[in-house]
Design a protein around this ligand. Structure first.
Ligand code: SAH
Ligand code: SF4
Length: 368
């Protein structure tokens, strides 16, 4: 519940508004997850709340961790039975959680495990907020109970990109939320935005706007709305191909809003907001990873305040696709950099725990 909802609810108990503010503070600032621990509330109220309420509505089905305990992936079940995933990633200087905005997704991108599920349902804003609360609690628990281990030596092919190295001490603070889990945030815009506001609330969870990043498949109306939104959050656009023939084959959404329209809208967004956008580009061997396509991409985004993020494809069992070999990724990156387009390779996390979103949920639905 938001603070307003808590005020309303406590009103039904005949309790004054300041009680709601106390509870909101306990939940969202102090991160208390048991009403009985809210020692600033009268015992009788705590007991009544314990009888009537529960904190959160997601059931944790499973949590798996990897990357020397620096990546934690949770599978949650909604009260209506659908499953969603969240991933906490801990880096040297920061911690990030990747959250879902829908169960499944209607967009049908050919390389994506979530797309294969179809849309199961939109998440409510509190489902989105609760994933972040899980990540904060997990991080707090880890920073109290564990010291980082000596990093495992990763083979070149399993671990590449620059993530700033292994932390000497775990960061205490969850500073970043990326809406890059299951689902298309702009297809659930209003509920997603409500979650953004609650996560940002300086009296509540208090995550800075620059710590929030939304990724879209390229829903043009959503990009336009975000350009006028009151918080300067970051925008990432899943491009994955620089021309219509290829992009439409990989991403059906391109038949509705094509590359030219998407790029024009993005240029307007940058012009209006003054903020740099990121383009995500998943590299699939032999599909979209040639130096010619890199050149086409460089021409497409030429002169725009932007950054290209190359993403090694996370293999999804049963998909007849392959991730690009390292040399091909480096060659692709070099073409962009030579053309003056800033370009990095995204660090891989969670390959061994099927971190491509939708995989745990997919396995849970179709597996034994
Ligand atoms: N629906 C939104 C946000 C969720 S997907 C979007 O598509 O942008 C977040 C990112 O993960 C997207 O760039 C998506 O293309 C990428 N992605 C999907 N499946 C992937 C996989 N198997 N390996 C690597 N990246 C993947
Ligand atoms: Fe949906 Fe994004 Fe997956 Fe495409 S890549 S199917 S938009 S979650």
């Amino acid at each position: 519940m938001s603070q307003t909802e808590l005020v309303e609810f406590l009103g039904t108990y005949g309790e004054p508004a300041f009680r709601a503010r106390q509870i909101a503070r306990q939940l969202y600032v102090n991160q208390v997850d048991d009403v009985m621990q809210m020692s600033d509330l009268p015992l009788a109220l705590r007991q009544r709340l314990t009888d009537d309420c529960r904190i959160g509505s997601l059931t944790q089905v499973r949590v798996v961790n990897t990357d020397d305990n620096l990546t934690h992936k949770a599978l949650f079940m909604l009260p209506t039975g659908e499953q969603i995933e969240s991933v906490l990633m801990i880096y040297k200087d920061r911690a990030t959680v990747c959250v879902s905005t829908q169960a499944g997704c209607a967009m049908g991108c050919t390389f994506c495990a979530t797309g294969r599920l179809g849309l199961l349902r939109n998440l409510e804003s509190h489902h989105i907020v609760e994933q972040v609360l899980w990540a904060r609690r997990t991080l707090r628990h880890l920073s109290k109970t564990t010291t980082p281990t000596t990093p495992t030596k990763h083979t070149d092919d399993a671990w590449w990109g620059d993530d700033g190295g292994h932390p000497d001490a775990l960061p205490q603070h969850l500073g970043n939320v990326v809406f890059m889990g299951m689902g298309e945030p702009f297809a659930n815009y209003d509920r997603w935005w409500q979650a953004v506001e609650r996560l940002h609330d300086p009296q509540g969870i208090n995550i800075g706007a620059r710590g929030l990043t939304v990724s879209t498949v390229g829903l043009v109306p959503g990009i336009k709305r975000l350009a006028d939104a009151p918080l300067p959050i970051n925008l990432a656009i899943s491009l994955h191909a620089p021309n219509d023939a290829l992009r439409s084959a990989m991403m059906p959404v391109n038949k509705r809003w094509n590359v030219a329209e998407l790029i024009d809208t993005t240029r307007e967004y940058v012009h209006k907001t003054g903020r740099r956008v990121s383009f995500e580009y998943v590299l699939l061997q032999g599909e979209n990873d040639t130096p010619e396509l890199a050149g086409e991409l460089a021409d497409l985004v030429h002169g725009m305040l932007c950054h290209v993020n190359l993403i090694p494809w996370n293999p999804v069992p049963g998909m007849p696709l392959g991730r690009s070999e390292r040399q091909r990724v480096v060659a692709f990156q070099r073409v962009l950099q030579t053309a003056g387009v800033p370009c990095t390779v995204r660090v891989e996390r969670g390959v061994s725990i099927a971190a491509a979103c939708g995989q745990l949920a997919g396995a849970a639905i179709s597996g034994p």
